[in-house]
Design a protein. Structure first.
Length: 259
C-alpha cells in the first residue's frame, strides 16, 4: 500500500507509513462488508420447516423447495446474500421430522376420533335430557300422562315448543328423529312408573316411533351402545352388552299391594 502523502510503499495491513508516519487508510480487505443481506428464501424455508409438526406435514415440501431455491440464489449472488445455514436447515429438517410426525399422527389420530365419539354421545344425551324435561312438563299439564306414543314428537313440538333439531343424534346420518318412545308407557303415568323404566331410546330414522328392544339401534355410536332416557329423567349411555338389562315394562307382581 502506497502512502498518500509521501508515496512510500508500505506492507498490506500497515496502519502508519514507515517513512513519514502518516496514518494509512484501511485496506479493502480490512473494511467491513457492506450490503450483505440474509436470503428471504432461506428464512422462509426454515420457518416452514419449523411449522411442520403443527401443520401435519403440509409445509414440508414448500420448505424443501424454498431451501433449494435459496441455496441457488445465494451461490449466484457473488457474496451479496447469506443464509446458507438457514437454507440447509430448512431442507434437512423436514427429512428429520417426517418420521416423527407420522408416528405422532398414528398415536393421536385414534385419540382424536375417540374424543369426537365422546362428544357426539354427550350431545345426544343432552338432546334426550331436554326431551325428557319436556315430557315431564307435558305430563304435569295433562293428568300425569306421557305424550301419546303414536304422536309424541308432534305433541312435544306443538305443546312444549320443542325444537325439531333436538330429535336428531349427531352420530346419525339421517333423520328427522333418531329416538323412539317405550310403547309400554301407555299403561303408566309419569308418577307411577318405576324410575329405572325406559322412556326414550335410540332407534333408526323415523318420526313418532314407539316400540321396544326390537327397534333399538346402536349404529349411531359405532355399535358400542346407545343413550337411554329413564323415567327419573336421567340419561345413560348403555353399552351393547348391557342392553338386555333394561327395564321395558313392569311385571304385575311388582304392583301387588303389600299385605
Amino acid at each position: 500500500m502506497n502512502c498518500p502523502k509521501c508515496g512510500a510503499k508500505n506492507p498490506d495491513g500497515a496502519q502508519l507509513c514507515s517513512s513519514c508516519s502518516t496514518v494509512l487508510p484501511a485496506s479493502a480487505a480490512q473494511s467491513p462488508s457492506v450490503g450483505v443481506k440474509t436470503s428471504g428464501l432461506a428464512i422462509a424455508s426454515l420457518v416452514l420447516a419449523i411449522l411442520i409438526p403443527f401443520t401435519c406435514l403440509i409445509t414440508a415440501i414448500p420448505a424443501i423447495i424454498l431451501g433449494i431455491l435459496g441455496l441457488v440464489k445465494i451461490s449466484k449472488s457473488a457474496g451479496q446474500l447469506k443464509g446458507i445455514g438457514l437454507a440447509v436447515t430448512g431442507i434437512v429438517l423436514p427429512v428429520v421430522l417426517l418420521p416423527l410426525v407420522v408416528i405422532l399422527m398414528g398415536i393421536f389420530m385414534p385419540a382424536l376420533a375417540r374424543y369426537r365419539q365422546i362428544a357426539i354421545r354427550a350431545h345426544c344425551a343432552a338432546n334426550m335430557s331436554s326431551l325428557g324435561r319436556a315430557m315431564l312438563i307435558y305430563a304435569n299439564d295433562y293428568d300425569d300422562k306421557f305424550p301419546t306414543q303414536t304422536k309424541w314428537c308432534d305433541l312435544l313440538i306443538e305443546h312444549m315448543e320443542v325444537s325439531p333439531s333436538i330429535f336428531r343424534c349427531k352420530g346419525a346420518h339421517k333423520g328427522p328423529c333418531n329416538y323412539a318412545m317405550n310403547e309400554n308407557l301407555k299403561n303408566f303415568g309419569a308418577g307411577n312408573a318405576r324410575p329405572d323404566m325406559v322412556v326414550l331410546f335410540e332407534t333408526y330414522p323415523g318420526w313418532n316411533q314407539a316400540g321396544g328392544p326390537e327397534i333399538l339401534s346402536t349404529e349411531n355410536h359405532q355399535r358400542e351402545g346407545c343413550n337411554v332416557l329413564f323415567v327419573d329423567n336421567h340419561v345413560k349411555f348403555v353399552k351393547t352388552k348391557d342392553l338386555d338389562k333394561l327395564k321395558w315394562y313392569i311385571l304385575r307382581t311388582e304392583h301387588k299391594p303389600k299385605p
